[in-house]
Structure formats: structure tokens, C-alpha cells
Ligand binder design. Structure first.
Ligand code: AHG
Ligand code: MN
Ligand code: MN
Length: 341
């Protein structure tokens, strides 16, 4: 029986930390605090079907708090796990309009955390995989509270990024810029154990992920590309298969392991005002960091995601992400005349 060596996430991060002489252990502490929140969210997600955690119930818990919607619950657990560790100077979340300061009474650190506390939350009541997405930056301002300038950094400046998929098992995938590694939660011991070391995304996939229901909102070049993926592939003599879960993290995770392309193009019903859906800061950028670390690509269709200068916390971008060959092929279609994104 081949036994992979047992490596916990904390051991893995410590070993990675040793390869960064400048690391002072604060990043390791940040990640340990974050994974505690993930374990708690995983426990709640796995109970969700039982405790009707879809909306605010009328029950109060021991602290007198109303038992909250799962995405607000996830938001609250991540905030409470991260606000006092002294590693962050501020946070930003999909669930909160403005940047989230570290409470006055706690020490501030040199990192910024951006996150989507629960991605795909519309799926939770269908027992479909959902997840959390996060990115970490070093601050660019000197001392005191972190500012919007610290948060709105280009994705290429992330020092780490990752996601958790709360599915048939809870898997955490992260990178600090030294490859992409996956860990599976063993709930019986409460540890994330290394299960997918050095993930590399296949150069070319066999599936595409897109919400075909939006066909009539796509620009002409996107329609032509989707037509192309449905024709028989010259190399494999078969068309691409369609896989679409409707949770970005779950669709992304499948493509990372098996290869493939995920597309959420802008709604171009009004070509003068294309409307993208996914958020740059805490959805596109962290996943773009990961996919490039795994040998893949992430683009708007015309620009590399990690090169975009964010201008607003919740700004949205078209997201084309996955196997390098497939993302390049889409961008080739988008480079034809008349492309709008
Ligand atoms: P969130 O639940 O954080 O708002 O994200 C939902 C996103 C993403 O998970 C998914 O890829 C996309 O919404 C699905 O959108 P459609 O239902 O329009 O296909
Ligand atoms: Mn999301
Ligand atoms: Mn969300």
C-alpha cells in the first residue's frame, strides 16, 4: 500500500517559510488563523442541510446572535479569525461595501487579506459544491490603518492566494508563488493533509465551462469561439464537453486538475456598455495567481488579469481562465475585428 508522507498544511507552510529568509513567521500565523475559519465554515456547510442555514432563522445562539445566512456566517467567521492576529492592516470582502479596518484594540500587521467568503452561495440549498476564495498582499503604505491603496494592488503583486471547495470533501488549494498545492481536510483530526502536491494544469483541456443561457448577451467573437469548441477537435477528433456547476471555485478546481477553460464573458447586449459579472479583487485575481502558478492563463479576453490596475473594490471583469492553449485560443478569436469585452 503506497502511503504518501503525511504533511499537514501548517508543516507545509513552515517548510515554505524557511525558503523565504525574509519571512518572519507572520505569514505562517496568518495562514493558520485563516485555516481555522475554513474548518469552522466547512463544519457549518456540511450541516447546512440539517439546520436550514439558508436565511436568517428566528433562533438565537448562545451569544444572543441571530443564526445567520451562510455567506454572512462565513464572512463573520473569517473576520473574527483574522482581526486579532496582528498580521493584517486591513481586509476586504465581497460582503462588505468598504475596506474592513482592524479594530483599534488590535495590533496591525504588514499584510492585506481580500476574500469572497462564500462563492457559489446560491447553490448551497441544492447541496452543490461552494467555496471561499482569498488573496494576500503586502501593504504598500507606511504604518497605521491599511487603505484602499493597499487593497487595490495589481493581482501580480499578490504574495499568496488560494481557495477552499466545500464539496464531497473540503479541499484547500493555495500558492505562495512556489507552485500550487492542495490539501484535503480530515475532519476526524481537524487537519488539512497534503493530497495534491505541485498541481500543474494540463496545457490543453477537453471541456469548456460557460453559462450557455447567456448566449444572446455574448459578443460575436465569443459566439464564434463557442461554436469552434463544439466542432470536432482536429487533434482528438471530438468536440469539447460542457461542464458548468455555477460555483466558480468548483468549476475552476475541476479545470485546474483535469484541464479545461472557464469563461464568464461580459454581457454585451449593449455593446457600448459591456457588463461583466465576476469580481476582480477577490474572485479573478486570486484564481489568476493560482492558475499561472500551475502553468495556465487568465485573461479578460484581451488583457492578462494579473496586469489589471483595480480602480474600485467591487469592480467586475470578464474572466477567461484555465489551460494555456485554450485561453490563448479564445484570445485569438477576441483579437479579430469587432471584439468588445
Ligand atoms: P458568489 O456566490 O460569490 O456571488 O459568486 C457566484 C458567481 C460564481 O460562483 C459563479 O461562477 C457565477 O456566479 C455563476 O453565475 P451564473 O449563475 O450567472 O452562471
Ligand atoms: Mn463569488
Ligand atoms: Mn460570494
Amino acid at each position: 500500500m503506497y502511503m504518501t508522507k503525511l504533511v499537514t498544511l501548517s508543516r507545509h507552510i513552515l517548510e515554505e517559510q524557511h525558503s523565504f529568509p525574509a519571512a518572519k513567521g507572520d505569514f505562517t500565523n496568518l495562514m493558520m488563523d485563516l485555516t481555522l475559519a475554513f474548518k469552522i465554515i466547512s463544519r457549518e456547510v456540511n450541516k447546512a442541510g440539517l439546520v436550514e442555514i439558508l436565511g436568517a432563522t428566528d433562533e438565537e445562539n448562545i451569544q444572543g446572535e441571530t443564526v445567520m445566512k451562510l455567506d454572512a456566517f462565513a464572512q463573520d467567521r473569517i473576520f473574527k479569525a483574522m482581526d486579532h492576529g496582528g498580521n493584517l492592516c486591513c481586509m476586504a470582502s465581497e460582503e462588505v461595501e468598504h475596506i474592513i479596518p482592524i479594530p483599534e484594540r488590535f495590533e496591525k500587521g504588514r499584510y492585506i487579506l481580500v476574500f469572497d467568503p462564500l462563492d457559489g452561495s446560491s447553490n448551497i440549498d441544492k447541496n452543490v459544491s461552494i467555496g471561499t476564495i482569498f488573496g494576500v498582499f503586502r501593504r504598500v503604505t507606511e504604518g497605521g490603518d491599511g487603505t484602499l491603496e493597499d487593497v487595490l494592488q495589481k493581482g501580480a503583486r499578490q504574495v499568496a492566494a488560494g481557495y477552499v471547495v466545500y464539496g464531497s470533501s473540503t479541499i484547500l488549494v493555495y500558492s505562495t508563488g512556489a507552485g500550487v498545492h492542495g490539501f484535503t481536510l480530515d475532519p476526524s483530526v481537524g487537519e488539512f493533509l497534503l493530497s495534491h502536491p505541485n498541481i500543474r494544469i494540463p496545457e490543453k483541456g477537453k471541456t469548456y465551462s460557460i453559462n450557455e443561457g447567456n448566449y444572446n448577451t455574448w459578443d460575436e467573437n465569443t459566439k464564434k469561439y463557442i461554436q469552434w469548441v463544439k466542432e470536432s477537435d482536429k487533434e482528438t477528433q471530438r468536440p469539447y464537453g460542457l461542464r458548468y456547476i455555477g460555483s466558480l471555485v468548483a468549476d475552476f478546481h475541476r479545470n485546474l486538475l483535469a484541464g479545461g477553460i472557464f469563461l464568464y464573458p461580459s454581457n454585451c447586449k449593449d455593446p457600448a456598455h459591456p457588463k461583466p459579472k465576476l469580481r476582480l479583487v477577490y474572485e479573478a485575481n486570486p484564481l489568476a495567481f493560482l492558475v499561472e502558478q500551475a502553468g495556465g492563463k487568465a485573461s479578460t479576453g484581451t488583457e492578462r488579469i494579473l496586469d489589471l490596475q483595480p480602480t474600485a473594490l467591487h469592480q467586475r471583469v470578464p474572466l477567461i481562465i484555465g489551460s494555456a492553449y485554450d485561453v490563448d485560443k479564445y484570445c485569438e478569436f477576441m483579437s479579430r475585428a469587432g471584439a468588445t469585452v
